[in-house]
Ligand binder design. Structure first.
Ligand SMILES: Cc1cc2nc3c(=O)[nH]c(=O)nc-3n(C[C@H](O)[C@H](O)[C@H](O)COP(=O)(O)OP(=O)(O)OC[C@H]3O[C@@H](n4cnc5c(N)ncnc54)[C@H](O)[C@@H]3O)c2cc1C
Length: 370
């Protein structure tokens, strides 16, 4: 039922806009709002958050199913369905009315900011500083590569609150309001894919907030991120499967109707091998992802390495599938009349976000060697 509902949402509302969004590198803000409202009405917005904070309370496997359907469309349009940062589960009762509820009603937009110019994979290098001055926190620092920062109303942001402390208690998550004068949006980065999903750089300059803007515990930023990181990686693994499925379906249909040397290209063994390799890798990625989701749902601590396996394999798998499918389409795959080249570009970022491939290999090797 969930799969059908999301597929219908994607097919009817998002798919017709894919080309326009990719070319304009923007989702029209009015359309964006309408789509998010529709998702709220369908009960899908915030589906990944626990019911205790007003979310849909879906388990990891259901989130993967949604991810699979969202992977069939563009990243920017998929965002309108409302997969929200898991850290929202740390909101206090006092933060609900002004912060959480407008987000759950899709009236306000949220970004999530960890990365900085000198801190990506290695977030022990995060330097944005929050210092307590009297009753208030004063924040200074720069965040970069932040999805949706350009249009966000709020940002959940990681800052150092105790520079001398070990990693686990060095950081705190804050809720930052973008309309605040201390929030300076610096620029939007131009990028090869994910068009319509802006990637921004912003600075905080003596941005002052009271304790009300601390998300979770002071010093709990590291654990806060770790508590939700696996869920996001598993959900994204679903997206890779969705995109690869979409590509493979297009390739199978095309191979059957495109004729060369007197027969459909699907009858050339070289093409069949590309289809077969893609199918095997797609199914392998699906099994790794469903396995990771089932461990998450069982509360099994092995989920961490399972999430790394599915994220690593799935993100690399979809890149290989996109490459083969583009080859099967020949010139038609390389031009933008069809969505193949768009997916080829979009897939490339999957090996970077949510932990790079190298970071996941390190995690997997560490687990193996231990
Ligand atoms: C499209 C997109 C959207 C994003 N959205 C967000 C967002 O919303 N919020 C946010 O906070 N961030 C976001 N990011 C940032 C993303 O999380 C980082 O790009 C990622 O963590 C990698 O950091 P980096 O780019 O600084 O690379 P670096 O950490 O500088 O790494 C550079 C290279 O070195 C490799 N490397 C690093 N350490 C090791 C090691 N120990 N061993 C071997 N190789 C290593 C990496 O794998 C990579 O290949 C986004 C990025 C992209 C591309």
């Amino acid at each position: 039922m969930i799969r059908k509902t999301v597929r219908k949402f994607v097919d009817e509302n998002l798919r017709p806009l894919e080309r326009e969004v990719d070319e304009a590198d923007e989702v029209d803000p009015v359309v964006d709002k309408q789509l998010r409202k529709l998702s709220v009405e369908l009960g899908l917005y915030g589906h990944n958050l626990p019911e205790s904070v007003g979310g849909g309370g879906l388990n990891a496997l259901a989130q993967v199913v949604i991810g699979e359907e969202l992977g069939r469309t563009t990243v920017a349009l998929a965002a309108t369905l409302g997969y929200l940062p898991g850290s929202l589960k740390f909101v206090s009762p006092a933060q609900r009315e002004w912060f959480l509820e407008p987000i759950l009603r899709a009236e306000k937009l949220l970004a999530y900011a960890i990365t900085e110019p000198d801190a990506g994979s290695d977030f022990s290098r995060v330097a944005t500083r929050a210092s307590k001055v009297g009753e208030r926190w004063v924040l200074n620092g720069t965040k970069q590569f932040i999805s949706g920062a350009k249009t966000a109303d709020f940002v959940i942001l990681l800052a150092v609150t105790d520079p001398q402390a070990p990693l686990r208690s060095r950081y705190t998550l804050f809720v930052v309001e973008c309309a605040h004068p201390g929030f300076c949006y610096l620029r939007t980065l131009k990028k090869m894919g994910w068009h319509g999903s802006s990637l921004g750089v912003f600075a905080l300059q003596d941005y002052e907030v009271p304790d009300t803007h601390v998300l979770g515990e002071v010093g709990g930023g590291f654990d806060g991120i770790m508590a939700t990181i696996n869920a996001t990686r598993i959900q994204y693994s679903g997206r890779y499967i969705g995109m690869a499925s979409e590509l493979l379906e297009l390739a199978v249909a095309y191979a059957k109707q495109r004729v060369t040397f007197g027969k459909p290209i699907s009858e050339h063994q070289a093409i069949q091998f590309m289809l077969a390799d893609s199918e095997v890798e797609l199914q392998a990625a699906r099994l790794l992802t469903y396995h990771a989701a089932s461990l998450a749902d069982a509360g099994d601590s092995r989920v961490r390495v399972a999430a790394s396996r599915s994220k690593l394999y799935g993100s690399e798998m979809v890149g290989r599938v996109a490459d083969r499918v583009l080859q099967i389409f020949g010139g038609a795959g390389y031009v933008s009349d069809l969505p193949i080249e768009r997916m080829y570009r979009d897939a490339r970022a999957f090996r970077i976000g949510e932990g790079t491939s190298e970071i996941h290999r390190i995690q997997i090797a560490r687990d193996l060697l231990a």
